[in-house]
Ligand binder design. Sequence first.
Ligand code: APR
Length: 252
Amino acid sequence: MADSHTLIKKVAQKLSSARNAVALTGAGISVESGIPPFRGKGGVWERFDPMEYASIDAFKKNPAKVWQVLLKDLNQLIGNAKPNDAHKGLAILEKMGILKTVITQNVDGLHQKAGNTDVIEFHGNFAINYCMDCGRRMDTVSIDLSQMPPRCDCGGIFRPDCVFFGEMIPPDSLLRSQQAASQCDFMLVIGTSAVVQPAAHMPVLAHNSGAVIVEINPESTPLTGYISHHILLGQAGTLMNQLIDEVNQIMR
Ligand code: APR
């Protein structure tokens, strides 16, 4: 097996010659920005049952509980978070003309903050809420969270513009992601456990179209060894810096 430096050089070589690279990202890319992942050590679903707090049925049944226990904290964590080196690295790869699209399962908006311009938000964005009665859209920062659940002037309840379990992926995001995945020549799969569908199917589409698939993750996933050609084991920010250094040397 190649040592990690040799492997990074090899991946950088392939990435440098890509002309239509796509990244699929998950919660792990934002861990170094202070937002915990869902699964694994320290994961949100270690403390909370997702069906009790993140399903649309649970939200409709008791929106105050879901806001109070989960969404209020998430709002604060996301509000304080800044892009880390992994997000910044993806923005650099876009500027270099290598990376075209980021498909993210995250709702934290950090890819756009880092500078990526084509970001498909597979599970929506927490920055916007809308009223479940009149549909009025509001920036989450402008919503009065002193009462739970937060309410619109019309009396309706605000919900985040995110996809809860039990809801469909916005059709446009799904279609665009499928197109991007099946047309790319390289896919970086960063910080996702790759167990939630249909997002986890995007690397399969890319693989079946002949793209090179590289994971960045401290742990292996169901894709490792089957769908991904290589896995760089470790923290996304650190590995991204090393990868960008190598790509820079090759492109110089
Ligand atoms: N760098 C890279 N990867 C990391 C890091 C890090 N610093 N820390 C953890 N990881 C990896 C973990 O090993 C794991 O594989 O990130 C992954 C996080 O997995 P999940 O928490 O399952 O996140 P994700 O795959 O995005 O979850 C998918 O599940 O509950 C839902 O809707 C939620 O969008 C989310 C979906």
